[in-house]
Each structure stands twice: as C-alpha cells, then as structure tokens.
Ligand binder design. Structure first.
Ligand code: ZN
Length: 129
C-alpha cells in the first residue's frame, strides 16, 4: 500500500505512529484500559499480533503485553534514537511501528511489549459454535 492510500485508510495519529515512529500520549489511547477478550491486530495490514491473554496493566498508560501471540509476528530492532538504547517493535508483515519492548515485564517472559493503541485494531474473538 502506498503512502497516499495509507493516509486515507489511517487516522492522522495512526499514520504518525505506524509510519513515522510516533508515540501517542500516555493514558490517551483507546486500548490501554481495555480488558475484553480478543485479538489485537496490526492497524495497517490486519496481521494478528497480540492477544488479550497476555495483556496486563503495566501502569505505563500504554497497552502492555508480556508476549506476542506467536513467534515471528513482530520484529525487534535496536533503536538508539532520543539518546536511549531501546528495542523497537515493528509488524513482521508490513513493518509498521508498534512500540518498544522492555525487559521489565511480568513472568513468565519478563518482557513488556509497550504498544501504541494507535498501531492496533482490536477484534473480539468469534465464539466457537
Ligand atoms: Zn502490519
């Protein structure tokens, strides 16, 4: 998808976060308090990245997960911007910027995927009939 199409598809904030590595303001996102069961998909390409099962309240003001839904769903990239050494998390499928991962999460992984709501699109899991 080219830039112009993406600008039509995404809100300005979603565009800024996913395409320009922006960060939404803490405690302002759509999903940081969400506790519903379901999947969190890439807002750009729809790839399922995170599940409500590994979501937890980190108190950071951003949706936080201690694991991805499956191995290889996100790419982790060393990020030295803003004078900090951090690990950027991007969608494996479309390279959308999602957020960062920090090694201060809860068990069992000890990781905290700190993800922008603006990068995610929540979908309720369909009930098995
Ligand atoms: Zn994607």
């Amino acid at each position: 998808m080219n830039k112009e199409d993406l600008k039509d598809k995404l809100t300005p904030l979603q565009y800024k976060v996913t395409q320009e590595k922006g960060t939404e303001r803490a405690f302002t996102g759509e999903y940081y308090q969400k506790t519903d069961e379901g999947d969190y998909n890439c807002v750009v390409c729809g790839e399922t990245l995170f599940s409500s099962e590994t979501k937890y309240d980190s108190g950071s003001g951003w949706p936080s997960f201690y694991d991805v839904i499956a191995q290889g769903k996100v790419k982790e990239i060393k990020d030295t911007s803003h004078g900090m050494l951090r690990t950027e998390v991007v969608c494996c499928n479309c390279n959308a910027h999602l957020g960062h991962v920090f090694p201060d999460g809860p068990k069992p992984t000890g990781m905290r995927y700190c993800i922008n709501s603006a990068s995610l699109d929540f979908s309720t899991r369909k009930k098995k009939s």
